[in-house]
Write a protein that binds this ligand. Structure first.
Ligand SMILES: *[C@@H]1O[C@H](CO)[C@@H](O)[C@H](O)[C@H]1NC(C)=O
Ligand SMILES: *[C@@H]1O[C@H](CO)[C@@H](O)[C@H](O)[C@H]1NC(C)=O
Ligand SMILES: *[C@@H]1O[C@H](CO)[C@@H](O)[C@H](O)[C@H]1NC(C)=O
Ligand SMILES: *[C@@H]1O[C@H](CO)[C@@H](O)[C@H](O)[C@H]1NC(C)=O
Ligand SMILES: *[C@@H]1O[C@H](CO)[C@@H](O)[C@H](O)[C@H]1NC(C)=O
Ligand SMILES: *[C@@H]1O[C@H](CO)[C@@H](O)[C@H](O)[C@H]1NC(C)=O
Length: 331
């Protein structure tokens, strides 16, 4: 005797539903019980969001029976690597400053779901792309779909601030996420004086000699960087300014700048850079009055002087207090 067409699948569906309901009856009871407990505990706060979060966090995972021919989990989207192997969790990408970042997100079994890229941080998340469209206004970001399943995010001209977490997310419930941790390899660059103190501002008397060094260190031991380049107020240095390249300790590259007899016109912003994005700068002030030069000196010495003054003031106060105590207690 043959069954009516369509009855087979229906019977199967009923069986599956019954299995899920029976299998999760205990879970349903626990959920009701948990809710009662939490409601009692939250009568004062009455915060529904937190309540719901706690119910979800405290529940045992949803049990889905493994059916012989139809493993439900197999229908969900999942991430894979270039070799077509399933991956989960996170991946790390290290990029050089100024390079173009290509972050891959290969999703198998997408079946109509959407893929989005988010930028995430401890306290915020922002949508970068959704499907084929880019949502962020920064033109450096774009999504380009690579056949057959790679939703690749490209970031042109990588900057220091581009480092952090990028999440490729599929809008399933709950969402599937692939987290990419982007680190930016940027050379460390500093401008220092003769005593190797880092500088921001520096004061000189007219006629004195100026000597500054720009020290650049590669972001990782094997990477090569060019010698730093000095500029004054954003343009090429004047002819009377001399520049020498030297090899510093370790992997450091040093470019020194000399001015024999400083003139007032030598004042300005001197910048030193290894690439478009890796720059340090110092403000040079050449003053002709001896008095001003004595007052200003440079930042580092100034702070030391202030420290010295405070110490002297402290000693004076302590002495005064001591003297007073001695005078009162003496007959
Ligand atoms: C309720 O709880 C959520 C999650 O902990 C929190 O973000 C929200 O600020 C709370 N709201 C109030 C009104 O306390
Ligand atoms: C996730 O990765 C772990 C090990 O890295 C593996 O044991 C587990 O099966 C993976 N899960 C899925 C759903 O691929
Ligand atoms: C948009 O995405 C689909 C895949 O869902 C792809 O086949 C199509 O080529 C994409 N369109 C463009 C303009 O990139
Ligand atoms: C990302 O990678 C960097 C460098 O490897 C590491 O210091 C940082 O902790 C990582 N961030 C996260 C959230 O894993
Ligand atoms: C610095 O070192 C490199 C190789 O390590 C060498 O080719 C170059 O001539 C050196 N430059 C100076 C100024 O010593
Ligand atoms: C800063 O002070 C030290 C000693 O107090 C002195 O040797 C040095 O020349 C000063 N630096 C400048 C730039 O005047």
């Amino acid at each position: 005797m043959s069954m009516r067409p369509g009855l087979g699948p229906k019977l199967f569906l009923v069986l599956v539903t019954t299995t899920i309901v029976i299998g999760n009856y205990q879970r349903h009871r626990e959920r009701t019980h948990l809710r009662e407990q939490l409601v009692n505990g939250h009568k004062i706060t009455r915060n529904v969001t937190r309540l719901q979060e706690e119910i979800i966090a405290n529940l045992p995972p949803l049990r889905i029976p493994r059916l012989r021919h139809h493993r439900v989990t197999d229908w969900d989207p999942y991430f894979e690597n270039a070799e077509g192997q399933g991956i989960n969790g996170s991946q790390n990408v290290a990029l050089h400053l100024g390079a173009t970042a290509l972050l891959d997100c290969r999703v198998a079994m997408l079946s109509g779901k959407k893929v989005m890229w988010l930028r995430r941080n401890a306290d915020w998340a922002s949508l970068l792309t959704l499907g084929n469209t880019t949502h962020i206004s920064d033109p450096r970001y774009s999504v380009s779909f690579q056949y057959p399943n790679n939703w690749r995010l490209a970031i042109a001209g990588v900057r220091r601030e581009d480092r952090g977490l990028y999440v490729c997310q599929v809008n399933t419930h709950p969402p599937r996420m692939l987290v990419t941790n982007v680190t930016v390899l940027a050379p460390d660059i500093r401008i220092v004086d003769e005593a190797r103190h880092e500088l921001r501002d520096r004061y000189y008397k007219t006629g004195s000699g100026i000597e500054l060094a720009c020290v650049a260190r590669p972001s990782c031991p094997d990477s090569r960087i060019p010698y730093p380049v000095w500029r004054k107020n954003g343009v090429t240095l004047p002819d009377h300014v001399n520049v020498y390249h030297i090899n510093g300790s370790n992997e450091d590259l040093v470019t020194k700048l000399y001015i024999d007899q400083a003139k007032k016109t030598d004042s300005g912003e001197y910048s030193c850079s290894v690439s478009q994005f890796s720059t340090a700068a110092v403000h040079i002030h050449v003053l002709n009055g001896e008095k001003q030069a004595a007052v200003h000196h440079d930042q580092w010495n100034a702070s030391r002087t202030n420290h010295e003054k405070l110490k002297n003031l402290y000693i004076t106060i302590v002495s005064l207090v001591f003297l007073q105590t001695w005078m009162i207690s003496s007959p």
